[in-house]
Design a protein around this ligand. Structure first.
Ligand SMILES: Cc1cc2nc3c(=O)[nH]c(=O)nc-3n(C[C@H](O)[C@H](O)[C@H](O)COP(=O)(O)OP(=O)(O)OC[C@H]3O[C@@H](n4cnc5c(N)ncnc54)[C@H](O)[C@@H]3O)c2cc1C
Length: 455
């Protein structure tokens, strides 16, 4: 419960329509895609960096929690105001401030949707490579704070690789500028990369200088269906060893194919137990060569069908439908986004099968295989305490396997609150202690997204 004095001062900082205090209004800001529910006491909608600064300075003075929020599509609970206080929604900071084709730069406010950045870049022949499947409804502030990625990260990298500089406000209300406007620059520490992926725990991003990439001349697709998982996993390793880097290399296991067959009956051959969706891009000339090389790398063993696809739109629609389809059949899925080195994928995917059998937990696995990034979904009946406990034990062993294979617990969703208990599996105590020190420097009163990340 906030003090009336705090609320009165907050109201004096912002116009009336930029502050919500009604409980029902606040409920709309209590969730994200983790499906947990943590209502804030107040929601504020700053529209300038200065307003963000004033709100955070006030929260810092009153030691009131402030949780930054883009569009609430995060899956790790990062934008949930777990300790109440202020939900700091950046959704009204919607301006693209400049599009500078000569310098290949867009400067934008954090509430701009990823898709709007792509549209603004496209007319100049560019794109911004981070491409989460949620691009149409996630904000670049959220993308930056989680270092979001998508299918094209295998060739182009994640958000971290496509930002030149930021403006941000620290937990104690200081406005800082990080990075620069040029593609080269080594003055001072790289605070840009520190803030990207920090999940709103160090500073609130109020402006971003995004680095653009020229659109490829052409794109082409290949689909490969396999009769067994192990042949498919070996093909992934062979494809990634090619000199031609695919622009997307997506893997779908047999349970994913089953879901797709339900929605798109004619798309998948009857006996397929695993599938790869591969995209190559470049000049017209180079993509023919890349496509042929990829098809050869799919090999003969276990391959049911490998073919060139001219229109990839339907395939991508099927791939993007997977996450929502899963929600329909399993509202309480445990959804992870672990990463292992590509060469370890055959062992990892086999390990997943064994753990699923050992704990009798159904799972659906798909993802960005070219990065070794697999979305592991454990399907759980929320009414069954026994099943939930088996699923948690299974998850624990999956994480152990990931670490054993030199992987990482999250490739793109972040830690938030969902993976908080497991962070110690990956990060050793001295490194974790240093991270906590850094948090204290940026946010001495621990008001910014308190409790997130650290166990
Ligand atoms: C159907 C679906 C598909 C998805 N596919 C992908 C995918 O392919 N790849 C992927 O990476 N993710 C994916 N996601 C997850 C999610 O969309 C991304 O994490 C996205 O980047 C979150 O953006 P958001 O605006 O919704 O942020 P939110 O969920 O509101 O916030 C996410 C985190 O960022 C922080 N934050 C938000 N704005 C700021 C700011 N301005 N300054 C500081 N911190 C801030 C929040 O505190 C929180 O910790 C998917 C989600 C859904 C629902």
């Amino acid at each position: 419960m906030l003090s009336p004095d705090f609320v009165a001062r907050l109201r004096s900082l912002l116009p009336f329509e930029q502050v919500l205090t009604d409980t029902v209004d606040c409920f709309a800001y209590a969730y994200d895609n983790s499906r947990r529910f943590c209502p804030p006491d107040v929601v504020v909608f700053p529209v300038t960096g200065l307003e963000v600064q004033e709100v955070l300075a006030l929260c810092n003075r009153y030691k009131t929690p402030a949780t930054p929020r883009g569009r609430g599509t995060g899956t790790a609970g990062g934008s949930l105001p777990e300790q109440g206080g202020v939900a700091l929604s950046l959704e009204r900071m919607q301006r693209i401030l400049s599009v500078d084709a000569a310098n290949r730069v867009i400067v934008a406010e954090p509430g701009v949707l990823n898709e709007s950045v792509q549209e603004a870049a496209r007319v100049h022949g560019f794109f911004w490579p981070p491409d989460p499947s949620s691009a149409a409804y996630s904000s670049i502030g959220g993308n930056l704070a989680t270092s979001a990625g998508g299918p094209h990260a295998v060739k182009y990298g994640t958000t971290r690789d496509h930002v030149l500089g930021l403006k941000a406000v620290t937990g104690d209300g200081k406005m800082i500028r990080t990075g620069c406007y040029t593609t080269k620059g080594v003055v001072g520490y790289d605070l840009t990369r520190l803030l990207i992926g920090s999940e709103g725990t160090l500073a609130v991003i109020t402006e971003a200088t995004l680095k653009l990439t020229p659109l490829p001349q052409a794109r082409a697709g290949v689909t490969a269906y396999f009769g067994d998982l192990s042949s498919c996993a070996s093909a992934i390793v062979r494809i990634m060893a090619l000199p031609q880097t695919p622009s997307a290399l997506e893997f779908l296991d047999s349970a994913s194919l089953l879901l797709i067959r339900g929605r798109f009956p004619a798309l998948v051959p009857a006996h397929a137990a695993a599938m790869l969706m591969i995209e190559v891009d470049g000049s017209e000339q180079s993509i023919a060569e890349s496509r042929a090389a990829v098809l050869r790398a799919c090999g003969d063993k276990g391959l049911i069908k490998g073919e060139e696809v001219s229109d990839t739109a339907k395939l991508w629609a099927a791939r993007k439908a997977l996450s929502p389809l899963l929600r329909d059949i399993a509202p309480k899925k445990i959804n992870e986004d672990v990463v292992v080195p590509v060469s370890a994928l055959p062992v990892f995917l086999e390990g997943l099968e064994q753990l699923s059998a050992k704990y009798r937990v159904a799972n659906v696995n798909f993802g960005h295989a070219g990065n070794g990034n697999i979305h592991v979904n454990l399907l759980v009946d929320p009414e069954s305490a026994d099943e939930l406990s088996r699923a948690n034990a299974c998850l624990n062993e999956i994480f152990d396997l990931v670490i054993q294979l030199n992987g990482t617990l999250s490739g793109e969703h972040g830690v938030g609150s969902e993976k908080r208990p497991y962070i110690g599996k990956e990060i050793d105590p001295p490194t974790l202690a240093l991270m906590k020190e850094i948090k204290r420097v940026f946010d001495p009163n621990n008001i910014l997204n308190p409790g997130k990340l650290f166990p």
